[in-house]
Design a protein around this ligand. Structure first.
Ligand SMILES: [Cu+2]
Length: 502
């Protein structure tokens, strides 16, 4: 094995640290602070995205950034304070917000959810997001808003495209390219043609990277490649009205060193329609409505991007093909009464998961039928009020009610050793007693957050990362938490369980 330069650099770095620490100690003992019995630490410089308010972040994903432009949404979010990522090889990491992940983070592109199909989370929703193709990233930490769908006990993440209307006929173009080590190369193009009456916008990106080599020069399976194309056509009859239709498609592949299979297809099909109108006279300020359809078509196998391991648990070529179709919609109205803003609305979401089963002896690549194995339905109503107390203070309170239904359609479980599914075509008992309800309230800026004690919180929300250590265990003053809905994990329940109070 070759000698790694880090091994010689590390003792030298430690020696330098010890020397500087000794020098700092000597200096400190002679300082006025030491005489006064206090200790002044050296300034620490932190470079990070500044929050828009106490618990929310907004940024333009197109802005230049370090490290290099993200290959997917999780790669971008891990640079936002509070987020981490469960690495998944070269790309498609799984985001973690304050210790919570999975369906606890409500992830939306536009107004729609794009649920992945893989049972091993190779394709979490952010795998299908190319951040540079969007105009705005918004993050709401914690369950502090009820406007964007059920769940969201960890937070809400929204990637949006906001195409400015045209005052005169014209065109806009934004493009970027990137080259890096291990053959990393990206290309992004965003072109819009428009006039006052409407516009057409096309956004496309392509990104790839090869396997990298470890310190001993061994190749580590981590190669990935992905592309996306989205088209948006908008009608803007006046400055206050917009109707936009979107269509999108994408695909990709990724090699994984830590899994028995690689992801060889991450196909995405998307369609959406959005209407918004403002400029009314009277208390009604804004009306918005949207509908969407997203499909994830995923294939994973152990032979297209690698050779099957003859002494491993899967010595023969094997593949799994799954898809998930999610469709839904949302209607919201915004009302203004003096210092009060009130948003009310309805939303609905339906998701179907299917497995592909070979129907003859041709095996892999042969004809297959799509077998539905799970369905998820959620309908919700929400209302959220904001009281602008002063220029820098707001009181926000909201309530949300959901009816969620999940049905297990599998006839067998157990994978390679199938056995009858005891819950086939049934709904979990916890789901029959709907409707669900939850509420959240907050005062901005929330200087002294309070939370429900962990024992009183629903199991899925036991990690209340938004609560300070000082207040942990105190009862919430203004939180009601009964039962809420989950889209992907029927056995877990969660509801916003944290509130902030001044
Ligand atoms: Cu998979």
């Amino acid at each position: 094995m070759s000698r790694h330069p880090l091994r010689t650099a590390l003792p030298a770095a430690l020696l330098a640290c010890l020397t500087s620490a000794y020098a700092a100690d000597a200096e400190r003992s002679a300082s006025p602070d030491a005489a006064a019995g206090t200790d002044t630490l050296a300034p620490v410089v932190v470079t990070a995205l500044a929050p828009a308010s106490a618990l929310s972040f907004t940024t333009d994903p197109k802005l230049p950034r370090q490290p290099v432009p993200a290959s997917d949404g999780a790669d971008y979010l891990k640079t936002v304070p509070g987020f981490g990522a469960v690495r998944n090889g070269g790309t498609n990491g799984d985001p973690v917000l304050r210790g919570m992940f999975g369906s606890r983070i409500n992830i939306l592109t536009g107004d729609g959810a794009m649920a992945g199909a893989c049972p091993a989370r190779m394709d979490n929703p952010l795998s299908y997001v190319a951040p540079e193709t969007y105009d705005l990233l918004s993050v709401i930490k914690g369950p502090q808003s009820v406007r964007w769908g059920p769940g969201a006990s960890a937070g809400t993440v929204r990637f949006e495209r906001r195409t400015p209307a045209f005052d005169a006929p014209g065109a806009r173009l934004a493009a970027s390219t990137l080259g890096g080590s291990w053959d990393r190369n990206d290309q992004v193009a965003d072109a819009t043609l428009g006039a006052p009456a409407g516009y057409v916008r096309a956004v496309a990106n392509r990104s790839e990277q090869d396997d990298y080599a470890d310190g001993d020069g061994r190749r580590v399976p981590s190669r990935w490649k992905k592309w996306n194309t989205d088209v948006e056509a908008g009608w803007t009859p006046d400055a206050d009205t917009r109707l936009a239709a979107t269509f999108g498609r994408g695909d990709g592949e990724a090699r994984y060193g830590g899994r028995g299979m690689d992801g060889t297809q991450f196909k995405r099909d998307s369609a959406g329609l959005r209407f918004e109108r403002s400029g009314f006279s009277g208390p009604l300020a804004r009306v918005e409505a949207s509908a969407y359809y997203n499909r994830a078509d995923h294939v994973m196998d152990n032979f297209r991007l690698r050779d099957p391991d003859p002494i491993g648990p899967m010595p023969m070529p094997m593949e799994a093909r799954l898809d998930r179709r999610t469709r839904g919609g949302r209607v919201a109205t915004t009302w203004q009464f003096g210092a009060w803003d009130v948003v009310t609305g309805l939303d609905q979401q339906t998701s179907r998961h299917r497995n592909y089963e070979t129907i003859d002896m041709m095996g892999i690549g042969g004809p297959a039928r799509r077998v539905p194995d799970a369905r998820f339905d959620d309908s919700g109503a929400f209302a959220e009020a904001t009281w602008r107390i002063a220029a820098d203070s707001r009181l926000i309170a909201g309530a949300r009610a959901d009816r969620a239904r999940v049905k297990d359609l599998r006839t067998s479980t157990g994978g390679m050793m199938p056995m009858p599914n005891p819950t086939a075509r049934t709904r979990p008992a916890a789901r029959r007693s709907a409707p669900a309800s939850c509420a959240t309230s907050a005062i901005w800026p929330p200087r002294r957050p309070r939370c429900t004690p962990a024992s009183a919180a629903p199991s899925a929300s036991a990690t209340t990362g938004s609560c300070s250590r000082r207040n942990r265990g105190r009862p919430a003053a203004s939180t009601r938490s009964t039962r809420s809905s989950r889209r992907r994990r029927p056995s877990s329940t969660s509801a916003p369980n944290c509130a902030a109070a001044a």
